[in-house]
Design a protein around this ligand. Structure first.
Ligand code: NAI
Length: 452
């Protein structure tokens, strides 16, 4: 009898397996594809490998303002993709090693939930039955196919999802991105930088989802200046060959592309592995969990994208840990006030906590400080013509930080410190006493704190 059966080896599942193994529990982890899930195989990590190459390329091509000129700069997409595959292979192998070192039994096969008794669960994989006292479901999410005419017919040929777009060996001359959210913007940034003509078609009146509106606008301006086209309030109705037809202001428009990226959101995977045998409560396509990651069935936990909400690898990690701690009877609960979000465009966009608008909607009194990044010495030393920005939203009622929103290089790294300030509910005075390293771009946060 195992202590824990875990279905799905993505960030939620493998971290749960690692932590449970570390704690000495007997664990089996089922993975039908490759360890690391979407994040490592076709999401976070491969996209960062590509984006690093495009950033190097753009810097190599245009650094004359910094006194650096270079000639005959070229971009070898197939080499970039090859390197990306190497990075993924290396990290997948690393997870395998980690599982081994914590005595986690790995089963590379699709798992099917067979039955649930009062104090045990049984799962079948590769013809063998496994029984455990606890079950963690970490089956992740898949690209959502919106009801756009023609999408299914062209899937895999002209229409690509996050999976196929990362493997293109040739740079498309024209790329249309349907959905200006996180995946759409990162891939638009990549392909635009390496030479594609890019159109982004977004249904809402702004890009980047629930980003601070001012920052979303600035990011759009950065790319518009470079020639990327954005069609907002534009709902895609159909795809035919390379033609993408959308409605905007009551009119129909068509843009034409060689490749079309479909990035209109993801949905939890709750089918195909016998979930119905458990009778676990589900709402709007996602498994319902409480803040201990417990489902409605005692002994069954769910973590990661399968529970909906913020579908982020770092949230899945934490959920995996919360689930295991609760299995171990260690008090632990998910908190969501300080979940950082990052868009790895160039410049990066990162935020944590609430926007000013969200606070106002909650009826909270706020103070907002907005500083151009030029207040950071290092930013000025390293950036030409940048329009970076840092916005601090202070909860004026208890003098704590409610949110930080920024656009600049290294924003993804800086935001961590802001998350700690929010999570720890530090007061303004406490935050002002923090010593920041100088010169850093992150010092902007300290500058802003002293403007309140
Ligand atoms: P998303 O939810 O971020 O964005 C989808 C966008 O598509 C929305 O803005 C929506 O309004 C738009 N849309 C939907 N239907 C449309 C239509 N018919 N016509 C035009 N626009 C339409 O979803 P996305 O970008 O696919 O990302 C999926 C998940 O992956 C997200 O939960 C995201 O957090 C996660 N992710 C996180 C990354 C990061 O942390 N850097 C990177 C990539 C993905």
């Amino acid at each position: 009898m195992y202590d824990v059966l875990i279905i799905g080896g993505g960030p939620g599942g493998y971290i749960a397996a690692e932590r449970a193994g570390q704690a000495g529990l007997k664990v089996v982890l089922f993975e039908k594809n490759s360890l690391g899930g979407v994040c490592l195989n076709e999401g976070c990590i491969p996209s960062k490998a590509l984006l690093n190459s495009s950033k190097l390329y753009s810097h190599a091509k245009d650094s004359s303002a910094f006194g650096v000129t270079s000639e005959n700069v070229s971009f070898d997409q197939s080499k970039v993709v090859k390197r990306k595959k190497k990075v993924v292979r290396k990290l997948v192998a690393g997870i395998g090693q980690t599982m081994k070192s914590h005595d986690v039994e790995l089963v590379y096969a699709p798992a099917q939930i067979e039955s649930a008794a009062a104090d045990s669960f049984s799962v079948v994989a590769d013809g063998k039955s496994y029984t455990g006292k606890h079950l963690i479901i970490a089956t992740g999410s898949e690209a959502m196919l919106p009801p756009i005419e023609g999408v299914r017919e062209h899937l895999g040929s002209t229409v690509l999802t996050n999976r196929e777009i990362l493997d293109l060996e040739e740079i498309p001359e024209r790329l249309v991105v349907i959905g200006g959210g996180v995946i759409g913007l990162e891939m638009a940034c990549y392909y635009h930088t390496i030479g594609s003509e890019v159109d982004v078609v977004e249904m809402l009146d702004h890009i980047a989802g629930n980003v601070d509106p001012e920052i979303g606008k600035r990011l759009q301006e950065v790319y518009e200046k470079q020639g990327m086209r954005f069609h907002l309030n534009a709902k895609v109705m159909s795809v035919s060959g390379g033609d993408v037809t959308f409605e905007k202001d009551g009119e129909t428009h068509t843009v034409t592309a060689d490749k079309i990226l479909l990035s209109t959101g993801r949905r939890p995977v709750i089918e195909g592995f016998g979930l119905e045998k458990l009778g676990v409560a589900v709402e709007r396509g996602a498994i319902i969990v409480n803040d201990k990651c417990e489902t409605s069935v005692p002994g069954v936990y769910a973590v990661g994208d399968v529970v909906g909400g913020a579908m982020l690898a770092h949230v899945a990690y934490r959920e995996g840990e919360v689930a295991v701690n609760n299995i171990l009877n260690i008090e632990d609960r998910m908190t969501t006030a300080a979940i950082p979000s990052v868009i790895y465009t160039d410049p990066e966009v990162a935020w944590v906590g609430k926007t000013e608008q969200e606070m106002v909607t909650l009826g909270r009194e706020v103070e907002v400080v907005e500083l151009p990044m030029a207040f950071s010495g290092r930013y000025v030393a390293e950036t030409e013509r940048g329009n970076g920005i840092c916005r601090l939203v202070l909860d004026a009622e208890n003098n704590t930080l409610a949110g930080v929103h920024m656009m600049c290089q290294y924003a993804s790294e800086i935001i961590l410190a802001c998350g700690v300030m929010i999570e720890e509910e530090m007061t303004l005075d406490e935050m002002k006493r923090i010593i920041f390293p100088h010169p850093t771009v992150g010092e902007i946060v300290r500058e802003a704190l002293f403007k309140i």
